[in-house]
Design a protein. Structure first.
Ligand SMILES: O=P(O)(O)O[C@H]1O[C@H](CO)[C@@H](O)[C@H]1O
Ligand SMILES: Nc1nc2[nH]cnc2c(=O)[nH]1
Length: 296
């Protein structure tokens, strides 16, 4: 399409990556702000800087390293984006979501999207984890959807369904694994609302979003989930509540990116064990998971 992120371009990038490594990941993980530590837990890792990958966008946000890491999580081959792209960085929406199509062409079946988000639900505390069960796509209401433009049927249908965007089985698995690991006290399931950013929300906006049914607010993930679902990937997503949205005119609290990154550090290890245990327990088509090594 006009932004140059068509099938051929994604294929060129996927083929380049496939030629660089023998790992054949079935799971891709996208690390949110300050959550890049997830990628550091990959074993036998091979990492590529985004600037060295053909057609790949560059990370411009602090807390997003800009590396694509191939490696194993609990023995399962994975690929991990340490750094994602956001609308507010000025990239076309098709470009920030192109990695989902590249993953598909690498042979990935499931994507795990993570983000840092502001808590709108009054029950949520800083440091809580929210399994995303649904989203509200505010930019989409204003005509900003990553699937705008000509539809390439090789990826998926013109009008994809979104009522099943966040895989029910994987949400169940996350709750189960969370309980087993003793994380039950700080895990929730809720609705994530995406805004364009980069300014944080006003008090009136937070109040409005809460009334509309959102539990957490951020500036990412939804575009990726839409493109991933369009091309038939299974999606699991979670938010780390890094700050509480300010709802009260008397409050002295101010949302800021430093606090977001700081909270990421606090939960880094627990998130890594949640994600790696989920990956270990995931079922893919028979044979898929055997080893994940090319030619074996
Ligand atoms: O969604 P991730 O990439 O985790 O980042 C979140 O944190 C940043 C704001 O601190 C925004 O980019 C918001 O989207
Ligand atoms: N929009 C938005 N994004 C965030 N990312 C982390 N915290 C927040 C927040 O409060 N609002």
């Amino acid at each position: 399409n006009k932004n140059g992120y068509d099938y051929e371009k994604c294929k060129e990038t996927a083929d380049w990556l496939l030629a660089q490594t023998t790992l054949r990941p079935l799971v891709a993980v996208v690390c949110g702000s300050g959550l890049g530590g997830l990628g550091d837990s990959l074993k036998d890792a091979v990492a590529f800087n985004y600037q060295d990958i053909p057609n790949f966008p560059q990370s411009t946000v602090h807390g997003h390293a800009g590396r694509l890491v191939f490696g194993k999580l609990k023995g399962r081959p994975c690929v991990c984006m340490q750094g994602r792209f956001h609308l507010y960085e000025g990239y076309p929406i098709q470009k920030i979501t192109a990695p989902m199509r590249i993953f598909k062409l690498l042979g990935v079946k499931t994507v795990i999207l993570t983000n840092a988000a502001g808590g709108l639900n009054e029950k949520y505390k800083v440091g809580d984890v929210m399994i995303i069960k649904d989203h509200i796509n505010m930019p989409g209401f204003a005509g900003c959807n990553p699937l705008m433009g000509p539809n390439d049927e090789r990826f998926g249908t013109r009008f994809p369904c979104m009522s099943d965007a966040y895989d029910r089985e994987l949400r169940q698995l996350a709750r189960h694994v969370g309980d087993e690991l003793g994380f039950g006290d700080f895990m929730h399931e809720g609705v994530y609302c995406v805004l364009g950013g980069p300014s944080f929300e006003t008090i009136a906006e937070c109040r409005m979003l809460r009334r509309l049914g959102a539990d957490a607010v951020g500036m990412s993930t939804v575009h990726e989930a839409i493109v991933a679902r369009h091309c038939g990937l299974r999606v699991f997503a979670l938010s780390l509540i890094t700050n509480q949205a300010v709802m009260d005119y008397d409050s002295e609290e101010k949302a800021n990116h430093q606090e977001v990154l700081q909270t990421g550090k606090v939960r880094s290890e627990q998130l890594a064990s949640l994600v790696s245990t989920m990956v270990m327990s995931m079922k893919h088509d028979s044979g898929d998971m055997l080893d994940g090594m090319c030619g074996q």
